[in-house]
Design a protein around this ligand. Structure first.
Ligand code: PXP
Length: 260
C-alpha cells in the first residue's frame, strides 16, 4: 500500500496569535515543530479576509520550507488576487477551496462541475507555473469527473460530513469517501482528504488505500494546548500509520498484489 503523508495545517496558530495582534504564537515555529514531529509538509490557507494566516506568514513559510526541501500546500480561493500570490510564492501545491466571508470554516467542497469555465484556465495557469493543483471537493463522482475535466492532477475529499455524522449516517459517509477515493484512483487523480479529522475518526480514513495524504489542522492545534504541538502531531502520525498498517494486512488490500 502507498504511504500516507500528513500535511499539518497551521492556520489556527495564527488565529491565536491574531487574537492579541502581536507576534506570539508564531505559525512558523509551529511549522518547524510539526516537521520535527513527523509532518511531511505544511498547509496554510490564505483567506481573502486574512482572518488567520497573513501574507507575511506565507512568505516566511515558503522560504523556510524551501530551505528544508519540504512542501508547502497553499490553500486558496480561485481569485485573481490569490492567483498572483501563488505565482509569486510558487508553492509545491495549491489546494483550491471555496470561500465565503460569512462562513466559520470551509463548509463544503468546491462546485467544480458548476464552474468548469472559470476553473479550467485557473488550473492551467498554476500548473504551467509548476504548482501541483488540487481541488477540494465533496466525495461525489460528478465533482471528480469535473476535476479531471478541468485538468487538476489531485483532489482533496472533504471529510467534514463523515466527521460530523453519527451512527449509520457515519458509516454511509465513510462509504462515500471509500467509493470516491477508488473512483479518483480509477480515473487517474491523486486523492487527498481532510477537514474535521481528529484522533477518534482519523483511522477509518487513513485505512482507505487510494488516499495518499491527509491535511489536518484545527484538532491538532487545539490538542496542542493540552499536550504540546509535537505530542499532538506524533500521536496523530502514529494513529494514521497504525490504521494504514492494519489495512495493508487485510486480505482485501492485496487486490493488486501477486499471490505467492
Ligand atoms: N483541507 C482543507 C482544504 C481545508 O480547507 C481545511 C481547513 O482549513 C483542512 C484540510 C483542515 O481541516 P481541519 O482544520 O478541520 O483539520
Amino acid at each position: 500500500m502507498r504511504p500516507l503523508r500528513l500535511g499539518v495545517n497551521i492556520d489556527h496558530v495564527a488565529t491565536l496569535r491574531n487574537a492579541r495582534g502581536h507576534a506570539h504564537p508564531d505559525p512558523l515555529r509551529a511549522a518547524q515543530l510539526a516537521l520535527a514531529a513527523g509532518a511531511d509538509g505544511i498547509t496554510a490557507h490564505l483567506r481573502e479576509d486574512r482572518r488567520h494566516i497573513v501574507d507575511d506568514d506565507i512568505f516566511r513559510l515558503a522560504e523556510m520550507l524551501a530551505a528544508r526541501r519540504k512542501p508547502l500546500n497553499l490553500e486558496m480561493a480561485a481569485t485573481e488576487e490569490m492567483h498572483a500570490i501563488a505565482l509569486r510564492i510558487r508553492p509545491h501545491a495549491a489546494c483550491i477551496v471555496p470561500e465565503r466571508r460569512e462562513e466559520r470554516t470551509t463548509e463544503g467542497g468546491l462546485d467544480v462541475a458548476g464552474q468548469r469555465g472559470h476553473l479550467a484556465p485557473f488550473v492551467r495557469a498554476l500548473t504551467k507555473a509548476g504548482i501541483r493543483v488540487s481541488l477540494f471537493i465533496e466525495p461525489e463522482s460528478r465533482q471528480l469527473d469535473a476535476a479531471k475535466a478541468v485538468g487538476a492532477p489531485v483532489v482533496e475529499l472533504h471529510t467534514g460530513a463523515y466527521c460530523e455524522a453519527k451512527g449509520r449516517a457515519r458509516a454511509r459517509a465513510l462509504n462515500r469517501l471509500v467509493r470516491a477515493a477508488r473512483y479518483a484512483e480509477k480515473i487517474g487523480l491523486e486523492c487527498h482528504a481532510g477537514h474535521g479529522l481528529d484522533f477518534a475518526n482519523v483511522g477509518a480514513v487513513a485505512a482507505i488505500p487510494a488516499i495518499v495524504e491527509l491535511n489536518i489542522g484545527h484538532f491538532l492545534v487545539g490538542e496542542a494546548v493540552f499536550t504540546g504541538i509535537e505530542s499532538s502531531i506524533r500521536r496523530m502520525r502514529a494513529l494514521m500509520d497504525e490504521a494504514r498498517a492494519g489495512a495493508a494486512a487485510k486480505p482485501s488490500a492485496g487486490r493488486k498484489r501477486k499471490s505467492r
